[in-house]
Structure formats: C-alpha cells, structure tokens
Design a protein around this ligand. Structure first.
Ligand code: SF4
Ligand code: SF4
Length: 409
C-alpha cells in the first residue's frame, strides 16, 4: 500500500490511465495475507430490554417518503457532487488504486455484463424456498458474513439506474478486520476498510455468477452502487440505522462493508427487525460527543420521510479525506467494539452503556497532531481544513459537467 501511495503521488491524475492494467497485477493469495479470517454470523436471538424497543428497521412516514421521491428522485452521491469525487481522488488515490481493489472492480463489472447474455437454465424448476436456501448456502461458502433479501424500491434506487433488472436486492455484508479498525483514525484502519471493500466485491461477483449459472439475472452493483445500501440492509433485517448515520449490525456495528445485487431470482424477502439499536443510540451518544468536528447531531429528524440523524457532510468529508479516513464514529461505537449481545446484557444488568467513558472505547490517536485524546478531550481542528472542498450538500440535481473520474466502476 505504501508503494502504491508513492507511485500515485508521483504520477498524479495521469495514473488513472493505468488502472485497467493495474487490475491484472498479481496479488498475494488470501491464505498468505489474512489476519482476520471472515466469520459467518450466527442468527442468535437477542434479548432486547423493553425500554429500548422502538420500531422494526427505521421509523418512517410513507406519505412523506413518496412525496419526496415524486418531487426529487435520488442520485448517487458522486454524480450529484463531482467536486467531492475529485477531492477524494486527489487524496485517497493510493488507497483506492491497489491491484486488489481494481481487480475486484473489474470482476464486479464482468459479472454485471455477463448477466445480459444468460438464458434460462435450472431456475424454472426451483421453488422460492429452494433458491433462497441455496443462495444463503453459497454466500456462506464464499465467506460472506451475512446476506439478506429485500424488495427493490424505486424510491431508493438512484435515477441513473431505474432500468435495473429484477424485483429483489440481495444485500451482501462482510465484516472488516477487528484489530485494524480499533486503530482508527489511521492508515492501518483505512487500509482495512479498502481491503474489505475489495473482498466484498469479489464475493459479491461470485455470488452473482452462482445465480446466473442457475439461470437468473443477477447484477452486482459497483462500489458507488445503484441505490441506498443502508436502506436495503435495514429492510433485509441485517441491522438498524445508528446515530452515526451508518448501518449498525448486531455482530459488528458499522465495521462492515455492504454491496448489493439486483436479481430476478424468486427469493423469499426478509423483514426489518427491531434490535433495540435506535433506543440504545439515544442512551449512548458516544459518537456524538467524540466526533472531532461535531458533525453528528444529538437527535434525529424526518428527512425525505425517514427519521434519521443527518450527518453534517460539509464538516465530515474534509476530515475523512485528510485524517486517514477518520472513522472515529465507527471506532468509538460500543456495538462495533463489543457486539450488541454484550452491550445489551450490560445494559440489562446495570442500565449503563458498556465501555462508555473509558479510554479503551472512547480514546483515539489523532493523525493530524499525533496526540492521544481520551474520553474528556477532542482535537482542535483548524478552519483551513474545510476551505479546500467547497460543495453544496443541499444540491438535488447534478451539475451539467460530469466528473470524468469513474474509478469505482
Ligand atoms: S467520520 Fe469523523 S468527522 Fe465524520 S462523522 Fe464520523 S467522527 Fe465525525
Ligand atoms: S456510538 Fe452509540 S450513539 Fe453512536 S452509533 Fe454507536 S451506539 Fe449509536
């Protein structure tokens, strides 16, 4: 990674030309590099205290959701904000352009292209229950941590992809390296995130090929995606939305990568679940207090008909890019650190949030001044960090000029 960083810093934007070639550079076999083998999550029943229960999935107002969609369909973030794509590319190229990630992008694209050539095979003879069971078994064999199935929803599909095939979205989740993530914010943690992204893509492409071989259309989405991944993950019962704006899974909090597949396979859809996460966030608020730039609000508001914590991206994004991915809000989350089962057990016994107030959970080393900040202190972040990226987060229509840097497939 250090070598790729140096190469791309030297070549600058010219390096974009070599991306396809780089995706063919051999990478270290999994068996030699893996310190954190993927684990498949068990579906153990959680005991959620009654006072933490709110609603399965996310609280929403269906009428307002529909009105927002009719008024203003969604676009993917980088199409809407090409200046952010350029900013991210400028600083993160060395992380993104590893042969492993590029190979994953190429394989996802290859699997997406192949689906159009497939004819009907075994699919007509399989029942929904059979294809669902076989898809879950294959996902486990491939080493995905969890998968779930949700109905495709035009409201959460980016308007660039409305022609997408199939009525089902398969949500593929892979857990990210535990030890490396606890070092966030750092180069080590950022590398773990991109590595996990590449591995998720590889497995998602293989799961798509599996369905194609059964005779179904199965289109894996690129890293940027064709819809809101968190929405589908919540609808598939794989987690709930945390105050940090991310999907919190019971097993690993937001220490995960999510990728989607659109398919016409007749899969049995999962349902949203109340894991007690929304109630827990209200009691916890650790990420709100520990975010170095105060980008996480204390409470949720209705946004496009969905009750959610709206992260201040004008403050967050420059920090993510300049402070080694930041991810303080992932690192300090007790669900990420200890898993929801332990957090709920401690809450049931004591009424307290496991780890809250401790340096182990809340402390972090800040890469911009190389100092450690314990639970009672946060770094000072200079205003100059925010001046380079000028974008309007309230924009609802893409500007005329595209970004021309479609590096994520
Ligand atoms: S990534 Fe960092 S700046 Fe952004 S919300 Fe999380 S803690 Fe705050
Ligand atoms: S740190 Fe606490 S408030 Fe923030 S997402 Fe995690 S559980 Fe929720």
């Amino acid at each position: 990674m250090v070598i790729w960083n140096a190469v791309f810093k030297t070549l600058g934007p010219r390096s974009i030309r070599y991306l396809k070639w780089l995706s063919y550079v051999p990478v270290l076999p999994d068996i030699l590099r893996r310190r954190f083998p993927p684990r498949q999550w068990s579906s153990k029943e959680l005991k959620v205290p009654g006072n933490l229960l709110t609603t399965p999935g996310i609280q929403r107002n269906a009428e307002t959701e529909e009105q927002a969609f009719q008024r203003q369909p969604l676009h993917d973030f980088f199409t809407l904000h090409p200046e952010v794509a350029e900013f991210v590319t400028k600083y993160e190229l060395g992380y993104m352009m590893t042969p492993r990630l590029l190979r994953s992008v190429r394989r996802v694209q290859g699997a997406a292209d192949r689906t159009r050539e497939k004819s009907r095979g075994e699919s007509s003879t399989l029942s929904s229950a059979e294809v669902t069971q076989r898809t879950r078994a294959e996902a486990a064999r491939l080493g995905l941590s969890a998968i779930g199935f949700a109905p495709r929803d035009p409201k959460y599909t980016f308007s660039e992809h409305t022609g997408t095939q199939g009525e089902t979205i398969i949500v593929c989740i892979l857990e990210q390296d535990y030890d490396d993530t606890q070092k966030a914010p750092s180069v080590t943690a950022e590398q773990a995130a991109y590595r996990c992204c590449a591995d998720t893509g590889e497995r998602t492409a293989k799961l798509s090929s599996f369905l194609q071989n059964l005779g179904y259309a199965a289109i894996p989405h690129s890293i940027v995606g064709q819809g809101i991944a968190i929405h589908y993950a919540v609808q598939a019962g794989l987690g709930q939305l945390g105050l940090n704006g991310q999907l919190l899974t019971p097993a690993a909090g937001s220490r995960v990568r999510i990728m989607l597949i659109s398919t016409d396979a007749l899969l049995v859809h999962d349902r949203p679940v109340d894991f007690g996460i929304s109630g827990l966030c209200d009691q916890c608020q650790v990420c709100v207090r520990r975010c170095p730039v105060g980008a996480i609000p204390q409470s949720r508001q209705l946004h496009r008909g969905v009750l959610k914590s709206k992260i201040n991206t004008k403050r967050c994004l420059p920090i993510v890019v300049k402070a080694d991915g930041c991810a303080v809000c992932t690192k300090v989350c007790p669900v990420q650190r200890f898993g929801l089962t332990q957090v709920l057990e401690r809450y049931t016994q004591t009424g307290r949030i496991l780890g809250k107030g401790s340096d182990e959970l809340e402390g972090y080393d800040w890469p911009l001044d190389r100092r450690h900040y314990g639970p009672e202190s946060t770094p000072r972040v200079g205003g100059e960090l925010f001046t380079e990226l000028d974008f309007d987060p309230t924009r609802t229509e893409p500007p005329k000029k595209g970004n021309g840097l479609n590096i994520m497939g």
